[in-house]
Design a protein around this ligand. Structure first.
Ligand code: 5GP
Ligand code: ZN
Length: 116
């Protein structure tokens, strides 16, 4: 896929609007358009990486930043005290529907296990 056709590349570049809650040089985080819980954020690298399956060693620090930004946002969005879930869906069986790497931060209700 050409990155110009990629939904999350378009959100990262500002071409498509989103409810942005955090932005740095390398990452953007915004509210999911179809929230699965009272808090549902997506933490997205600005660089196009298709999925966790295509992430490589040079992306190590970016991947670490995604997780730490999620933890920071869980605190600022006031769900850290009760707990929350972070998820990276990968590929068809993983339920990935947008082919640009993203970390879901979901909270504000009791989560269930196993996931569907
Ligand atoms: P996936 O299924 O790939 O793990 O997650 C993709 C997520 O992107 C879904 O939770 C979906 O609701 C969200 N999403 C899809 N299109 C848009 C959009 O245009 N804007 C926002 N903010 N979220 C979107
Ligand atoms: Zn992209």
């Amino acid at each position: 896929m050409n990155v110009t056709d990629c939904l999350f590349c378009s959100i990262a570049s500002g071409k498509i609007p989103a409810d942005v809650v955090h932005e740095s040089e390398t990452l953007i985080a915004f509210r999911d358009i179809n929230p699965q819980a009272p808090l549902h954020l997506l933490i997205v690298p600005k660089q196009h990486i298709t999925s966790l399956d295509t992430a490589k060693a040079p992306h190590q620090s970016l991947l670490g930043d995604m997780v730490l930004v999620a933890a920071d946002l869980a605190r600022t969005e006031s769900v850290a005290g009760h707990g929350y879930r972070t998820v990276i869906n990968t590929g068809v069986d993983g339920g990935q529907s947008v082919d640009h790497l993203h970390l879901h931060l979901i909270g504000g209700r009791q989560m269930e296990w196993p996931p569907g």
